[in-house]
Design a protein around this ligand. Sequence first.
Ligand SMILES: Nc1ncnc2c1ncn2[C@@H]1O[C@H](COP(=O)(O)OP(=O)(O)OP(=O)(O)O)[C@@H](O)[C@H]1O
Length: 306
Amino acid sequence: MQKVIDVKGLKKSYGELEAVKGVDLDVYEGECFGFLGPNGAGKSTTINMLCTMLKPSGGSAKIGGFDLMKERASVRETIGIIFQDNTLDEKLTAKENLMLHCRFYKVPAQERMTRIDRVLEMVELSDRKNSFVGTFSGGMKRRLEIARGLLHYPKVLFLDEPTVGLDPQTRAHIWDYIHKLREEIGITIFLTTHYMDEAEICDKIAIIDDGRIIALDTPAGLKDGVGGDIIEISADNNLKAKEELEQKYGRTVKEQDSILIFEVEKGNEFIAEFVKNADFRITSINLRRPTLNDVFLKLTGKQIRD
Ligand SMILES: Nc1ncnc2c1ncn2[C@@H]1O[C@H](COP(=O)(O)OP(=O)(O)OP(=O)(O)O)[C@@H](O)[C@H]1O
């Protein structure tokens, strides 16, 4: 498989603050690549550099084979960008918005209408082609933005929290379109998200924290890294329970919303032993397999959605 995004030692400082401290990333053709990190970790700074909107302070990157520093115009033609903010012109119709983008990206005049019809069909907005965007729902606007991001047939689509603020049904629909795109045009997707279920769909995930990549693997690989089972316990005396788990059983315990969370290799056996010997009342106990949120919590000390 061909490398579509090839990043080496990418850095960005804002004055004294080193926001991105030497990031290495490889993304291959057709992959859906998830870029996760807590607030302020450096996601937007990295994505903005890869989209040529921000000049790196150091390192190098190639997008679709073009050098991010020296071939910025070619990089721009290679990528589509869908960011959180709505950048559609609400006073124009869907078709007019798309036409503007075609002109902007110098799509040949004789091809424009064919492409517009195709992308509108892809996001099921053909029947609203001549409606003003101001009359669209949030989900429809997002779909139109996706359609617009595809008009110049980019190789890579950058999506910065593509479904933030949308209801679950619309989120599911947007994902259907994204999957369709991958199947129909084999596009590579670079995505930031705070939703665990969206991260789960990615082929690979990189986790950035404090400007550095701290993990890069498939979702399954990341979860395997947590090891064993996850146990969640609450007791009438959480302080005592935590102390016991740490001192007697040598566990590393995180407390979230009055629930003690920790990993053990064989959860069933551990629970039996723990319950038998506890001299405090256990009010709830839960055993489960690790999720990406556990991975995130272990690596960054925070939940995916802060
Ligand atoms: N224009 C700027 N000037 C100065 N500091 C900035 C600027 N933009 C970002 N920063 C700082 O750089 C660091 C990384 O910010 P960035 O926006 O890349 O994080 P993020 O991971 O996208 O966070 P979020 O999830 O909150 O959007 C933060 O400490 C932030 O305050």
